[in-house]
Design a protein around this ligand. Structure first.
Ligand SMILES: O=C(O)CCC(=O)C(=O)O
Ligand SMILES: [Fe+2]
Length: 504
């Protein structure tokens, strides 16, 4: 059974806000119905069938009901009233409400979803080198109104980081949790729970004085804990020995890990473009070599990179077209899957966190128009191209370095050839993060709504171009929508436009 997995796409996160609003309305209606019911019950309570005065003696009561009319009224009144009370009591709308809640709750986040969002946050921290404090205290430009997390939320993020072997971030979040608890902030998690994880973690991270101090704090609470006693003795002997632990790393220094060129490029560092080369990159208007559709409205073409050639076409899609494509894709978005090379099975991984959908030409004239526009500006033959793939990235959504031409079990290869070119259309701007980076050449391309970037994955000899290894950086702030048009080799033999054919 497929999970909803909101976190892999920002679009499904917005659905959650809508759902919360609907649930609140349903809850409001339920409460109103219950209030009316209670009001009715209270009214029953305030008008007794007969008033019993405390001084009334048995004789008086007997005299009272000796009047046959009064006796009649009493019997009838009691029957009527308490039948009504029973009716009102059983007519609770709680069953209806619970039914609605149960039906809606299938779309609400599961525990797995909550963990997934936390892992997404840690992934962002890794890529963009963010300390817990800077995330919370607005130390990140563009990230406004985050607000503080409470100790239970921090403890949860720390636990998820720990379970996913992200020890440095687990350590930092646990530390922050402990700091808050020491400041007396209310929490469900106890200080002992935090200490029992943080003490050995501090040792693992190589900060022996902290490990010793925290272990001591555990023992102050529970001096009979044998395991902790043994750990304490071990840490102490290490401290007293002249040997300092090898490979000591400052656990607060986030630059020591995740410094692969892919992540550096995502942070806007490590571009390998020199000034001299940059001066030879141009921007021009092109009519696609006399294409009738472009003569009066030439396309703005910009060199993004020289070797290999990467070109950006501006205004490939209009905002209106983008809205239509997104609307068509929305109901079809499913977590993007990666193919297992040995078994051919598809599975979802952290390697590729996004939701995608395929749109065929017959779904809407706009899809046909996009294909036509791609054909016009690139001059490539679309007969062998794949249908349009639309992707939406959520919190921490990313696609780690890969080649578009490396497809396992490619059923179209025989007939249409390899994925010779990629046309990547950006259907949104992204406030922070979400760049497309090429680690082998040190290039980073920023999403720009309506524009498309194009490169050849295959060299003229048909071999894969190792320089086209690329990745989608995690989205940090914003919503990322892209569309891919993969163009196959067949039909391009005489069409590889000179502006794009600098490769050998
Ligand atoms: O979203 C991006 O920036 C790149 C996506 C990509 O490389 C792909 O879908 O193959
Ligand atoms: Fe790709």
């Amino acid at each position: 059974e497929e999970q909803t997995e909101f976190y892999s796409s920002t679009d499904s996160m917005t659905e959650l806000i809508v759902m919360e609003k609907e649930l609140m309305e349903t809850l409001g209606a339920y409460i109103a119905a219950e209030e009316t019911r209670l009001e009715n019950l209270k009214r029953m309570l305030s008008c007794p069938v007969e008033t019993l005065v405390s001084e009334d003696s048995i004789e008086e009561l007997e005299r009272h009901i000796s009047n046959p009319f009064k006796a009649y009224k009493l019997v009838r009144g009691l029957r009527k009233k308490w039948k009504l009370v029973e009716e009102i009591t059983t007519n609770s709308s709680s069953q209806d409400f619970l039914g609605v809640l149960k039906q809606k709750s299938q779309g609400l986040p599961s525990d797995g979803d909550v963990d997934g969002v936390a892992l997404g946050l840690v992934r962002l921290q890794e890529t963009y080198h963010l300390h817990p404090e800077s995330v919370m205290k607005g130390g990140v430009p563009g990230l406004v109104g985050t607000g503080a997390l409470d100790p239970d939320e921090m403890f949860h993020i720390a636990t998820v980081a720990h379970q996913n072997w992200k020890y440095q971030y687990a350590f930092l979040w646990m530390q922050e949790t402990l700091r808050q608890l020491d400041e007396g902030v209310e929490s469900e998690v106890s200080k002992m729970e935090v200490l029992r994880i943080l003490a050995p973690l501090s040792f693992q991270m190589g900060v022996l004085p902290v490990a010793l101090n925290l272990t001591q704090q555990i023992l102050e609470q529970d001096s009979s804990d044998l395991l902790t006693l043994a750990q304490f003795a071990h840490y102490k002997s290490l401290k007293e020995s002249v040997l300092t632990p090898n490979g000591y790393k400052n656990p607060f220094d986030l630059s020591i890990m995740h410094n692969m060129s892919y992540e550096a490029l995502c942070r806007g560092e490590g571009s390998k473009m020199t000034d001299k080369r940059r001066r030879r990159l141009f921007c021009r208007y092109s009519s696609g070599g006399g294409n009738a559709r472009l003569i009066y409205a030439p396309v703005k073409e910009e060199d993004e990179w020289d070797h290999p050639r990467i070109i950006r076409y501006h205004e490939l899609m209009s905002d209106k077209e983008i809205e239509i494509i997104k609307t068509l894709a929305r109901p079809k978005l499913a977590r993007a899957k990666v193919v297992d090379h040995s078994t051919g099975n598809k599975y979802s991984t952290e390697f590729r966190v996004s939701k995608s959908a395929w749109l065929a030409e017959d779904e809407d004239p706009v899809v046909v128009h996009v294909t036509q526009r791609v054909a016009d500006v690139t001059g490539l033959d679309m007969a062998s191209a794949e249908i349009l793939q639309v992707a939406n990235y959520g919190i921490g959504g990313q696609y780690e370095p890969h080649f578009d031409s490396k497809l396992t079990g490619d059923t179209e290869f025989e007939l249409k050839g390899g994925r010779i070119a990629t046309v990547l259309i950006y259907m949104s701007d992204v406030e922070i993060g979400g760049a497309t980076v090429f680690p082998a050449i040190g290039a980073a391309l920023k999403p720009q709504k309506g524009s498309a970037v194009v490169w050849f994955n295959l060299l003229q000899n048909g071999e894969e171009d190792a320089n086209t290894l690329h990745a989608a950086c995690p989205v940090f702030v914003g919503n990322k929508w892209v569309a891919n048009k993969w163009i196959r080799a067949h039909g391009q033999e005489f069409r590889r436009r000179c502006s794009l054919s600098h490769t050998e």
